[in-house]
Design a protein around this ligand. Structure first.
Ligand code: SAM
Length: 492
């Protein structure tokens, strides 16, 4: 059985954002272009999605990187590339609940299904339950795919897919989710497709409010809008929005929301006038530079700089304010990316371990006025952007990360001069990586610090910033990644 273009969806069942996966495909579909005649021997978009999903599971690959290699290798673009992207990202994002459904339909745990057949069934179940691909096309295409990747399992795949197709998504969820009254987290995990430990962490950071946690989970399942940062002194946000056909951001004075299309093609990016960066990342980097400071204000340090998003913004502002930025990054290839991202800016990149700053003779104690610690973290605040990461992360990641976070914060507090400020930032709202790290890190640093209220360092009128002094941004409140920000002033 092969595929006809008319078997393709006219958009998935849920509303889409501009720029989300599949957006380009929908536009073409609406243009009324006639379906391609004949039945090609195989469907390259589904094949590409399968290859990407299999590589993520087999090789621990990152979906965005592996998919763009595959699309390039198969010379897919336009509608096919958009469809492959929607299938890949959607299947990986929804995997937890898809696996429960596949297991129920197969009568066995997914761990007992051969990996190639398992990935093909996940992809097939996603098409049946989350897109408008007609059921017969989803079933037939999946069986074809299984026949090519796991020949002995085609009959099994046919039976599983037909069973899944008999029941709509809502009924599957009702059947498989535990009762909300007795197990609310378990129920949310099935309905909104997140691991339970992550839901517990979100709920804790949101003060135990499960209704708000649910809004966050829903938002996490949407494809995010691409945000650009208009580099100050090089282009302003209104000009950039006009140039790229986007919209100026709601909060950051540098943000532009892209209305679809690939940012890689943009002249403003090639020319170093803008870069891709979540609006929340822009806000926390700019907040460090907005903190009031007495005395010298020319020596700034970015302690965890790779790949250079925040350094790109800080470096552009440093150029206008006559400051110099030292950017430290332990991974050499990421340090090179920082160099590329800051060409023409007053930025010196040092490939070294940030924990030695303040002890290194070239970077002695008390030598900086402002320090950013954008700490390595679980990334639970940017699950929208990394579809596979929620299933890859585990609570076991926390202890080594929080140890490193504490040590980096201690080094930052050593490196900043008395009166200077340190911004501690994570793209995770997990309390252990945010409040606990900040409290413990400042306690162990041996220097006296005061918390600076971070709320007035963000643009006036921003809603949902809580009671301070730290700030937690949220996808469902602000449309940004869930960035955490604490600003500390060294007082001794
Ligand atoms: C959250 S990322 C930083 C993102 C970056 N600030 C940006 O906006 O593009 C954390 C970075 O810290 C780096 N890192 C991890 N351990 C480090 C250490 N001991 N010293 C310096 N950098 C470190 C990682 O390689 C990673 O590039």
């Amino acid at each position: 059985m092969t595929e006809h273009k008319a078997d393709r969806p006219h958009g998935s069942g849920r509303p889409r954002r501009p720029g989300g996966p599949g957006g380009g495909y929908d536009r073409d579909a609406r243009s009324g272009r006639a379906p391609r005649a004949g039945r090609p021997p195989s469907d390259p978009a589904r094949q590409a999605a399968y290859e990407a999903i299999a590589a993520v599971h087999r090789d621990d690959a990152y979906a965005n990187l592996v998919l763009s290699d595959i699309l390039r290798g198969m010379a897919l673009d336009g509608r096919d590339a958009a469809f492959a992207t929607e299938l890949t990202y959607g299947t990986l994002r929804m995997m937890g609940t898809l696996d429960r459904i596949v297991a129920d339909a197969a009568g066995r745990d997914v761990a007992r299904i051969d990996p190639p057949a398992r990935d093909a069934l996940r992809l097939g179940a996603y098409q049946l339950l989350h897109t408008r691909v007609p059921a017969h096309a989803a079933v037939n295409q999946t069986v074809d795919l299984v026949r090519s990747v796991a020949p002995g399992a085609a009959g099994f795949a046919n039976a599983v897919m037909r069973t899944i197709a008999e029941t709509p998504l809502e009924k599957w969820l009702e059947k498989l989710a535990p009762d909300y009254e007795t197990d609310p987290i378990g129920n949310l995990a099935v309905h909104h497709n997140h691991p339970e430990w992550i839901i517990r962490a979100f709920s804790e950071a949101l003060g135990g409010d499960l209704a708000e946690t649910t809004r966050l989970l829903i938002e996490d399942n949407q494809a995010p809008v691409v945000h650009l940062c208009a580099r100050p002194g090089r282009v302003d946000a209104i000009e950039l929005a006009d140039e790229v056909g986007g919209v100026p951001g709601a909060f950051s004075p540098y943000a532009v929301y892209l209305n679809g299309g690939s940012p890689r093609e943009l002249k403003a990016i090639h020319q170093g006038r803008a870069h891709v960066q979540d609006e929340g990342s822009q806000l926390v980097a700019a907040a460090l530079l907005a903190a009031p400071l007495e005395g010298r204000d020319t020596r700034w340090l970015d302690l965890c700089a790779g790949p250079g998003g925040k350094t790109g913004l800080i470096g552009a502002i440093a150029a206008a304010r006559g400051a110099e930025v030292t950017a430290v990054e332990v991974a050499e290839h990421r340090a090179r990316l920082v160099e590329q991202a800051t060409t023409g800016m007053p930025v010196t990149v040092l490939p070294m371990d940030g924990r030695s700053v303040g002890r290194d003779p070239d970077l002695p104690e008390e030598s900086f006025d402002r320090v950013l610690v954008d700490a390595p973290c679980t990334g639970l605040g940017s699950l929208r952007r990394r579809p596979e990461s929620r299933w890859r992360r585990s609570p076991a990641d926390l202890p080594p990360l929080t140890k490193l976070q504490r040590e980096l914060l201690v080094a930052a507090l050593r490196a900043v001069r008395p009166g200077g400020v340190v911004a501690y930032v994570t793209c995770s709202p997990h309390m252990v990586e945010t409040q606990v790290t900040v409290t413990e890190g400042s306690r162990r640093s041996g220097v006296e610090v005061d918390f600076v209220d971070a709320r007035p360092l963000l643009p006036p009128g921003m809603p949902g910033l809580g009671s301070g002094p730290t700030v937690q941004l949220w996808p469902h409140r602000h449309g940004t990644d869930a960035m955490f920000l604490a600003v500390l002033r060294r007082t001794s």
